[in-house]
Write a protein that binds this ligand. Structure first.
Ligand SMILES: [Zn+2]
Length: 450
C-alpha cells in the first residue's frame, strides 16, 4: 500500500477537459491522501462490478478509490470515481452494506447529480478574492438548496458543501440504489442497515456527526423508504461467496495497514479464509520489522493462491522495503506477468527496477503505468527520476510539473513546466504537455492575485 497525496479535486478535469490545464484551474482547496493498493482496488472492483453494471455505468472506466481518512464517508466528484474513506471500510461489517454505499454513490453518477456541481465549480472560479474553497462553497450554496454544514470551518465546510447532495438527490439515489442491488442479486437489507447506522445522528450537532451524514443528508423518510422496499421485495439474495471473500480481503488489508500490528495479530486468527489470515499477518509482521515472519506468512498465502498477482505484489513490497532488491524484482516481475495491465503493480515493479539501478527498464515500465493511471503521485516521482537517470531532463521536468499540478502545487508546477519548455523540442508532445501546465499555472496565479 502506498500513501499518496493527490488533490481532492484532481479528478474533475478527467471528465471535463481531460487536460492538466483544467485540473489546475480548479485549484484544490484541500488535498486528500489516497491509499493506492492494487489488491484493495481489485477487491473493491469485484464488489462494485455487479452494481456498476446494473447502473448502466462503464465498468472499465468507473473506479473505486480509497481515501486516507479514518472517518465514515463516501463521495463522488466526477463521473469516473467513487471515493471511499478507509474509516468506512473498517466500520462496515457486511459486504451488502458496503455494496449499498457503492450503489448509492453509483446512483449519484448515473442520475446526473455530478454535472450540476461541475457547473457550480466553474462559476465558483469566477468568484475572485475569496479563495477557491470559499468560492466553491458560495457557489454551491447559491446554486439551489443550501448545502448542509456550511458554517463549520472554511476549508472543510467548503468541500463539504461542494460534495453535499440535496435531499431530493438523496431520495432519488436511494431509489436507484435499491433497484441496482435487486438487479445485482444483492440484499437490500444493506441499504436499510446503512441508514439505521446514522438514524441516531440527526439530533447531534454537525461536529459530532459522521461526514457521511452531512454529505448525504438523512431524513426519516429515507430510512422508511428503504424499509418498505425491503418489506415489498424481501431479502431473497442468494449467498455470494465471491463478495464475502473480497470484502474480507479488502477489510483485512486495510486494517492490517492502518491498525496497530498487535491488533491485527490478535484478530487475524478469526479470519475464515486462511490466505487472508496469512496476508494480514504478513503485513503486521512487516510493520513490526520482522522480515522472516513476514516472508513466511506471505509465502504461506502464496502456497494457497499461487496465481495471485496481488500476493506477489505484497511480497515485492515487503522485500523491497527491506532492501532485498533481487527478491523484490522477481516477485514484482511475476506479479506483472500475471496482471500486465494493473497500473499499480507496474508502478511497483518500476520502482523496484529504479532501486536496482536499472533506469532504462524502469522507464519503460513506468511509462506504461503512467499511461494507465495518472493519479499516482509516487509513480510520477519515480518516472521523473527514471527520465533524469536516462538523460531525459526535459521530460523529467515535464513529469515533475504534472505531478505538482496533480497535487495542487501550482507555483512549483509552473517553475518546472518552464524548465521543461526550455529543454524539449518545440512542438513535441512533451513540450505541449508542459505548455498546458504553464498556461494553467499562470492563469491560476493571476486569479489568486486578483
Ligand atoms: Zn448521497
Amino acid at each position: 500500500m502506498a500513501f499518496d497525496r493527490v488533490s481532492r479535486l484532481a479528478s474533475i478535469p478527467a471528465l471535463v477537459l481531460t487536460s492538466v490545464m483544467y485540473l489546475m484551474s480548479a485549484i484544490p482547496a484541500a488535498a486528500v491522501g489516497l491509499l493506492r493498493d492494487p489488491d484493495i482496488e481489485h477487491g473493491l472492483r469485484e464488489l462494485a462490478f455487479p452494481i456498476l453494471r446494473a447502473a448502466g455505468l462503464n465498468t472499465n472506466r468507473v473506479r473505486v478509490l480509497l481515501v486516507n481518512d479514518d472517518r465514515f464517508n463516501a463521495f463522488v466528484i466526477d463521473h469516473n470515481t467513487i471515493f471511499l474513506n478507509y474509516g468506512l471500510i473498517l466500520k462496515v461489517e457486511r459486504p451488502d452494506i458496503l455494496q449499498a454505499v457503492i450503489a448509492h454513490e453509483a446512483a449519484h453518477i448515473a442520475n446526473g447529480h455530478i454535472s450540476r456541481r461541475v457547473a457550480n465549480l466553474q462559476s465558483a472560479q469566477r468568484l475572485a478574492g475569496l479563495g477557491t474553497a470559499l468560492a466553491i462553497a458560495a457557489a454551491a450554496a447559491g446554486a439551489g438548496e443550501a448545502a448542509p454544514g456550511l458554517a463549520v470551518g472554511i476549508q472543510s465546510s467548503a468541500l463539504r458543501s461542494f460534495l453535499g447532495h440535496t435531499r431530493a438527490e438523496e431520495a432519488s439515489a436511494d431509489r436507484s440504489a435499491a433497484s441496482y442491488l435487486r438487479w445485482a442479486d444483492i440484499s437490500p437489507r444493506g441499504l436499510v442497515d446503512l441508514h439505521r447506522t446514522f438514524s441516531g445522528q440527526e439530533l447531534l450537532g454537525p461536529n459530532q456527526q459522521d461526514p457521511y451524514m452531512r454529505s448525504h443528508p438523512l431524513t426519516r423518510d429515507r430510512v422508511r423508504a428503504a424499509e418498505s422496499y425491503l418489506a415489498t421485495h424481501g431479502d431473497r439474495a442468494p449467498p455470494n461467496p465471491n463478495a464475502d471473500y473480497w470484502f474480507a480481503r479488502v477489510k483485512g488489508k486495510v486494517s492490517a495497514f492502518t491498525r496497530a500490528p498487535s491488533w491485527t495479530l490478535r484478530r487475524a486468527p478469526e479470519e475464515q479464509a486462511r490466505d487472508i489470515r496469512l496476508m494480514r499477518e504478513a503485513v503486521a509482521h512487516h510493520r513490526n520489522n520482522n522480515l522472516s515472519k513476514a516472508r513466511a506468512a506471505i509465502d504461506g498465502a502464496l502456497a494457497i493462491r499461487p496465481d495471485d498477482p496481488f500476493y506477489y505484489e505484497l511480497k515485492g513490497q515487503i522485500l523491497m522495503e527491506n532492501r532485498k532488491l533481487q527478491g523484490a524484482l522477481t516477485a514484482y516481475k511475476t506479479a506483472v506477468e500475471m496482471a500486465p495491465r494493473d497500473a499499480l503493480i507496474l508502478a511497483g515493479y518500476g520502482r523496484a527496477l529504479l532501486a536496482a539501478d536499472q533506469p532504462k527498464q524502469a522507464l519503460e515500465i513506468l511509462e506504461q503505468a503512467r499511461a494507465r493511471d495518472y493519479r499516482n503521485a509516487r509513480m510520477m516521482r519515480d518516472l521523473a527520476m527514471a527520465y533524469a537517470k536516462t538523460g531525459k531532463n526535459g521530460m523529467a521536468s515535464m513529469v515533475t510539473a504534472e505531478r505538482f499540478a496533480l497535487q495542487g502545487r501550482i507555483e512549483d508546477a509552473g517553475i518546472h513546466a518552464k524548465r521543461a519548455i526550455g529543454q524539449l523540442p518545440e512542438g513535441s508532445p512533451g513540450w505541449q504537455r508542459a505548455q498546458d501546465v504553464l498556461i494553467a499555472s499562470e492563469r491560476a496565479q493571476k486569479r489568486k492575485r486578483r
